[in-house]
Design a protein around this ligand. Sequence first.
Ligand code: SF4
Length: 611
Amino acid sequence: MIDAMESRKVRFMKKERIAKRLTGMIQQVPALESIFKSADTIETKRRKIKRFLSDMLASTFDDNPTIPPLEWVLARDAIGVFRNILSVRNERLAGFSFLKYVDAFMNRVGITDLPPPSAGFLAEFEHLLRGVAGKTGIYADKVPAFTKQKGRKAAGLRSADLSRMAASADAFMNRYPHGLDQDVIRKRSSHKARILKYFNASEFEWDQWTWQTRHIIRDAETLKKLVTLSDEEYQAVKLARESKIPFGITPYYLSLMDLHSTAGNDSAVRAQVIPTLHYIRTMKQMRDASECSMDFMLEQDTSPIDGITRRYPKIVILKPILTCPQICVYCQRNWEIEDVTSPAAALPKEKLKKAIEWIAATPEISEVLITGGDPLLLSNAKLENLLYRLSRIKHIERIRIGTRTPVTLPQRITDSLVRDINHFHYPGRREIIIVTHFEHPYEITPQALEAVQKFRRSGIEVNNQLVYTFYNSRKFEAVALRHKLRLVGVTPYYTFNTKGKDETDDYRVPIARLLQEQKEEARLMPGTDRTDEIVFNVPGLGKNYLRATQHHDIISILPNGRRVYEFHPWEKQLALANTYVYTDVSIDDYLKRLKRRGENPADYRTIWYYY
Ligand code: SF4
């Protein structure tokens, strides 16, 4: 009894401290403090805060002398966000009232049953207030010297500043090892020799893609014999197998891992295929709960016929096979991807026939993305037959083949495969494009380079879709990847936000980080290195261009520090469609994880001002 009273007292004191902290923060904007502290009703407070923010916005545009240069841009954005989260409609959509929550803590009314604000919530609120007040402090006090000069003198000073920026970017990029580095090549060659010895196989066999797929590593015991595993990695793989959650690694991809992962150079490679325990446990729970749909992308709601997904007017996705040589942990199709060697993975012949007939009977479609799964797991004959049937359809002008084999199984890209695909590439009439999926410069090896070059030499373009996860999101890490991709002949095409349900939390990165990466890192590179678009693939709707801020809004910030976004459909202004409400991961949690990885959070400090 005494214990219960004690813990209530501790909770009360903690909440008291939080209330004081909130008051301290809000004092940065005295007008807001007096509104919150007044005896007005919540609706009057809402009206007054909105009016105050409108006045602030107007004065910001009126050359407010109290706001330093460029801070006005950040103030404008922060005011917009604050106004959004005060909206009654947005409160309904988010299922949470930020205003009532802050008000309760500020006035210590009814807080006993409320969850206390997390560190992430407090950090969000503090940065929002700084933004509104024009006091982010992210700009240096001194204006750059070149702005005070003209002509050559100005150009010389500016050039020196730009060189400093470039040198700093290079210093970051040089931290990330790549697979074309001679030391890495040497290390991997001895690792490969160990794997070959284990399987009692020859170099010749290693180069056969069918040998690779026959020797996919599918259990924790074998894996443990070939690379050092942490306890968690071992347990997660073991549990994955026991729970029938797809798992597998090609011997080639295994050779890209470091024998002992002490330096963490291979973290991104390992994270691609070795799940976390959290992932496996959550997947298991979700699968066991029959009422919980795993179809996060609402593929079933956009599939007019088996094997086809349609989200856009002129493009369809055709899925002839639902497996890959190895399964990416965060795969958005994790609910339907079959086990790597499952015979049930191929779309039955009759269904494939019907899917192709459906495309033939839909003249508006001009482009087919063949994906799955990985269509290059089909035999040459099957793939050629599929391409042949699609090429007979007059209105199909482009066929994209989505495949990760250049990364996980480059042996698959044989001369005969390229010839079989190239038949159907007919400039002026029909184009074939390969869309691949490199995640890290550590995956760019001489073998991957050769696989890409085979397509390029035959005139076929190779594009990359990067999924931006925690494991490739350090400062300039994606830049290092895009830069190397261009050098091996791959064009950066899309950078996808990682999403999913709770199971992929370990992989997810706040949307603000994607925006920051584009603005502060990618932007420093030549245009040819940054040809990709950052997108959020909205379930059931399709891609939302994150850079276009008019296509999404922050509608709330939850007590656990997660922002809630509303994404607009791509076809708004053309047709009516639903919006999509999404809860992001917390920026504060993300920064703490980066810190545990050895990153300096100060290098990411502007992240709070991206919405
Ligand atoms: S390659 Fe693509 S389809 Fe296959 S597991 Fe990875 S993300 Fe999923």
